[in-house]
Design a protein around this ligand. Structure first.
Ligand code: URA
Length: 237
């Protein structure tokens, strides 16, 4: 059971105060009867809720894949910056959040959901979920770096990372690499390269656990996860 106004706001029908206004105006029906009280308790799974004669179907959890562009912060709200949630324009229910963080200037795979248990499992270090990043790095990345990263590296602040799996795609003045890590320390990839005297100049996450970024999504675009991806995300297959 849940309050009618919360139900409508969670299902993306407007902010809590907007949906209260719709209710007061008589635009909302529950099981065929106009409901005038925002605090009315409804059974979200069985009751038939209509707003302006359009049925509002209950979806407990939603899962989106966003190709995060640079310039957006991984937060639900921010006073001065644009947030990744502003990019999920399809269904702005008010309980969505980004699952983990990417830096403002980092691009790539970010899962947006309202499933707290899944987020916890995905992010908890005990589960060792691998995250793969593509980066362009200033300077020559060599096999020596591969070895150093594979042993874990002191990134300052008393933190030594777990072993990371570094793959060199191009070793040049500006190198290209893929790095798989199993934890998510603040600025981890950038700090791992800083620890060997190098600077990351472009960073993009390309996978998280069993979920890979859909290459057809341009930066700033999103789509819902397929059912199969949701199952994989939850570790069911
Ligand atoms: N590592 C970083 O340095 N930044 C990110 O956004 C993600 C991982």
């Amino acid at each position: 059971m849940m309050r009618l106004d919360k139900f409508l706001a969670d299902m993306g029908q407007g902010t809590r105060s907007e949906v209260k206004t719709y209710i007061k105006k008589g635009m909302v029906k529950v099981n065929g009867t106009i409901a005038k009280r925002p605090e009315l308790k409804i059974n979200e799974k069985d009751d038939k809720v209509f707003i302006s004669d359009k049925e509002v179907i209950y979806a407990r959890y939603e899962y989106f894949m966003l190709n995060k562009p640079s310039g957006y912060v991984s937060a639900t709200e921010d006073r001065s910056e644009h947030t990744v949630l502003e990019l999920i324009t399809e269904n702005l229910r008010d309980d969505l959040f980004p699952v983990g963080r990417l830096d403002k200037d980092t691009e790539g795979l970010l899962i947006i959901s309202n499933d707290g248990d899944m987020a916890h499992r995905l992010l908890s270090p005990v589960n060792h979920v691998g995250k793969v990043y593509y980066a362009r790095v200033d300077g020559f990345v060599t096999e020596e770096h591969v070895k150093i990263f594979s042993e874990g590296i002191d990134i300052g602040g008393g933190i030594t990372t777990k072993p990371g799996n570094l793959k060199i795609l191009k070793s040049a003045d500006e190198s290209e690499i893929e790095l798989k890590i199993y934890e998510g320390k603040f600025h981890q990839v950038k700090r791992m390269f800083e620890a060997v005297g190098m600077k990351v100049i472009y960073l993009k996450r390309i996978s998280m656990g069993e979920i890979a970024l859909d290459n057809s999504l341009k930066a700033g675009e999103f789509r819902r996860l397929t059912e199969e991806e949701v199952s994989r995300l939850k570790g069911l297959v």
